[in-house]
Design a binder for this molecule. Structure first.
Ligand code: ZN
Ligand code: ZN
Length: 136
């Protein structure tokens, strides 16, 4: 048992969730899809343990977009705020770090899809491993 509790939500606050286990890992994704859906150069995501995230409010507002050959991307239909992507089993998996209410404890550990990095923002020289495509 753990008393870990991480809370978070979307931009307008209608969608609220809680995570009951420390995230497994975190990373930056520089892929084109992440640029499109966040409007930024990279998306910072935490991988949460399967089944550890529970929606506590606004579940009816959560919409998803499923790219061909990719994981569902979930967002709040009221404010458009990105929330998480799902794993193959349809469970929330890659949670946007920016949606957490406080420090999740985990830190980004690598950068992936850097081959597609935005030309207008240099990748920070932070010493993190970089992968041209997905992390092997
Ligand atoms: Zn919202
Ligand atoms: Zn991505």
């Amino acid at each position: 048992m753990t008393d870990y509790l991480l809370t978070g939500g979307c931009l307008c606050g209608a969608v609220r969730y809680e995570v009951t286990e420390p995230p497994v890992s975190a990373s930056y994704c520089h892929c084109t899809r992440c640029q499109r859906r966040t409007g930024t150069a990279a998306s910072a995501n935490a991988r949460v343990a399967p089944g550890s995230l529970r929606i506590v409010a606004g579940e009816e507002l959560v919409r998803e977009w499923v790219p061909e050959g990719g994981a569902a991307k979930c967002f709040c239909s009221a404010c458009g705020g990105a929330l998480w992507s799902k794993d193959r089993d349809g469970l929330p998996a890659g949670v946007r770090l920016g949606t957490f209410d406080h420090d999740p404890g985990v830190r980004p550990q690598w950068r992936q899809f850097v081959a597609y990095a935005a030309p207008w923002e240099p990748i920070p020289d932070d010493g993190l491993p970089r992968y041209d495509e997905t992390r092997p």
